[in-house]
Design a protein around this ligand. Structure first.
Ligand code: ADP
Ligand code: MG
Length: 612
């Protein structure tokens, strides 16, 4: 029995449409491109429910007359070409005449449009590709198109839409990209009735960045303007500002927003040794190359490009980034030498004194953010170590027991390894503790060991961890996309003793912290969590929460732990060894590095030929 049937054009259209119209961001892109093709200078984008409920684009472009408004939803209806040979010289985004037809196949659309010379405009409503109503209306010149209830007639596709947050984020990235690409267009973005971004026209890419990227990025932006055969116009972050994910890197090649792995690598190479590895800059980079040097047709949505001489472009980019960073460093150095002699460290830079440490005063004396800004950073003063010492570790400071007794007392604590006796010899290279043991010389990595101790404390015995209310709550300002990403997950912080709330649209307020954690490490911690949220967003919700929680605890431990290079007092070293001995999984830090290394007495004796 034959199985093959011809699909009706209507059903075929629904399948084909799904390929172009995968998600709300694709539709936003097609519609903004249509507005740009219509030579609009003002484009407003209204989104509801991440675009699932509404995508509305209002422009002041050329508009359409009544007849065009009717046929623009037909397949292959385009005003942009008449013959295929025109493709070679075309400079519009569209030419296939497919986008509106595809979108109309799976949504309910209202189109209002008017040409400049017409006295009245046309309003059309269309549902699943059937025009349901046509009217003459009074309206401004331009086009106002609303896409309602995407996939209302294709439940299978609707089911696979990502969360509102994910879709909204994709739309924001797209919005940013268009803003960078077209500084001469006034763009506005609204979500669920609120204006999120208003970006009037600007003359430089840096001014665009100032509209789109909020503080504290503003003070850390460098401009690049290099016009060799390959021209590079860019705005990039300096060495002090970075993210934990790549989501704020935009490349444009001959005015097209593209993704290109090799360009990303070249950009990062430009930052080699300037920002820590695993961190990413913030950057919008316009690259212009002669048209014949680049192929933009290697991707169906033209999101990727292939260069004729990729190495040349990559090298030019890497050099331009390196030069901008070097110029900035030498400029700052000159500025500091000229205007500021060495300045005493701020309170946060002051050497930490373990013995007189008082948690209450630490929080009272914390300089405000404004104070911190007014005091220039010192030009590198050899710092005495700054210890972060868990309060519970402070308590037995005046222990009169010898380490031997102390250890033996804990013999039966539920770790799976028997507690052995030892004698602390001292600290080597302010990084390793040297310990004499029955069976050899034991080296302990002080940071890795402390990290493990704190990690086990945070993850297993959290009820023993004291939290401290900050006298001056700590405010963190983030970009809107970042705020939206993190706010739904603040409970993960709260579960770990970092009490955070949203206090303004783009601000978080931190009221209290576990005593171990330094207030200064919070900004980094929050950004790291944002990076993980992006990285693990595809994970199943329970798994997602567990992963972020574990990573947060490991990172809190890392930030609170003593560092390599910190001088430790005798008491502190003994405390550390004592706590390590009590700790489960004590042989490695939460990142998997070993905490200790035993050079066995056997090996030592063999080396000295005392034994064969
Ligand atoms: P394409 O852009 O490939 O031509 P579309 O389906 O996106 O195909 O649009 C079909 C036609 O509708 C366009 O060629 C254009 O004439 C008209 N059109 C669409 N959007 C607009 C707009 N915002 N302003 C004016 N004309 C528009
Ligand atoms: Mg189009």
């Amino acid at each position: 029995m034959p199985k093959i049937k011809q699909l009706s054009p209507h059903e075929a259209q629904k399948i084909a449409a799904g390929e172009v119209v995968e998600r709300p961001a694709n539709i936003v892109k097609e519609l903004i491109e249509n507005s740009i093709d219509a030579e609009s200078t003002r484009i407003s984008i209204y989104i509801e429910d991440g675009g699932k409920k509404l995508i509305r684009i209002v422009d002041n472009g050329c508009g359409m007359d009544a007849a065009d408004a009717q046929i623009c939803f037909d397949r292959h209806a385009t005003s942009k070409i008449t013959h295929v040979h025109e493709l070679e010289t075309i400079n519009t985004f569209g030419f296939r005449g497919e986008a509106l037809a595809s979108i109309a196949a799976m949504s309910q659309i209202t189109l209002i449009t008017k040409e400049e010379e017409s006295l009245e405009g046309t309003q059309i409503t269309i549902e699943a590709n059937n025009i349901t109503c046509t009217n003459s209306v009074a309206c401004p010149t331009g086009t106002d198109i609303s896409i309602n209830n995407l996939f209302f007639n294709v439940p299978a596709r609707k089911k696979f839409l990502k969360t509102t947050q994910t879709e909204w984020r994709a739309i924001q990235l797209l919005f940013n990209a268009f803003c960078f690409d077209y500084p001469d267009i006034h763009f506005t973005l609204f979500s669920d009735g609120k204006q999120i971004l208003n970006c009037p026209t600007v003359h430089t890419i840096k001014n665009r960045a100032l509209q789109l990227w909020e503080n504290p990025t503003h003070n850390h932006l460098l401009e690049i303007s290099s016009h060799e055969e390959i021209s590079i116009e860019a705005v990039i972050s300096d060495h002090q500002q970075y993210r934990y994910d790549r989501s704020s890197i935009y490349f444009f090649v001959n005015k097209r927003w593209v993704k290109n792995h090799h360009l990303s690598s070249a950009l990062l190479k430009g930052y080699d040794n300037v920002i820590p590895s695993g961190r990413y800059p913030i950057a919008a980079i316009n690259i212009t190359v002669p048209l014949h040097e680049v192929d933009i047709n290697i991707h169906p949505r033209k999101e990727e490009v292939k260069f004729l001489h990729p190495r040349l472009v990559e090298q030019a980019l890497q050099n331009a980034i390196k030069k901008a960073l070097e110029d900035n460093t030498s400029y700052n150095l000159k500025k500091e030498v000229n205007t500021k002699p060495i300045i005493a460290p701020t309170i946060t830079d002051r050497p930490f004194n373990f013995d007189t440490y008082n948690f209450d005063t630490q929080f009272i004396q914390q300089p405000t953010r404004a104070q911190e800004k007014t005091v220039a950073r010192p030009i590198i003063i050899p710092a005495t170590p700054q210890l972060t010492v868990p309060q519970d570790n402070l308590l037995p400071l005046h222990n009169t027991q010898t380490p031997h007794e102390e250890i033996n007392e804990h013999k039966n604590i539920g770790t799976n390894v028997p507690i052995e006796s030892y004698r602390l010899i001292g600290q080597y290279k302010t990084t390793y503790l040297l310990v004499e043991k029955e069976d050899g010389l034991f080296l302990v990595d002080q940071h890795a060991a402390h990290e493990r101790i704190l990690y086990e404390l945070f993850s297993q015995r959290f009820n023993e961890v004291a939290t401290v209310q900050l006298l001056f709550p700590h405010i963190i300002t983030l970009s809107r996309p970042d705020i939206e990403l993190i706010v739904p997950h603040l409970d993960i912080f709260n579960d770990n003793g970092i009490i955070i709330e949203q206090c303004a649209y783009d601000q978080l307020i931190i009221q209290s912290l576990p005593v171990h954690l330094k207030e200064q490490s919070l900004n980094d911690l929050i950004k790291e969590v944002i990076g993980w949220i992006i990285e693990y967003k595809a994970a199943e919700p329970n798994e997602f929460k567990k992963t972020i929680n574990n990573k947060l605890q490991a990172q809190m431990a890392c930030k609170a732990a003593v560092k390599a290079g910190d001088t430790l007092t005798q008491e502190k070293m003994e405390q550390l060894l004592h706590d390590l001995n009590k700790t489960a999984n004590r042989f490695s830090c939460p990142h998997g590095r070993p905490t200790g290394w035993l050079i066995s007495i056997n090996d030592i004796e063999k080396k000295f030929k005392r034994k064969l």
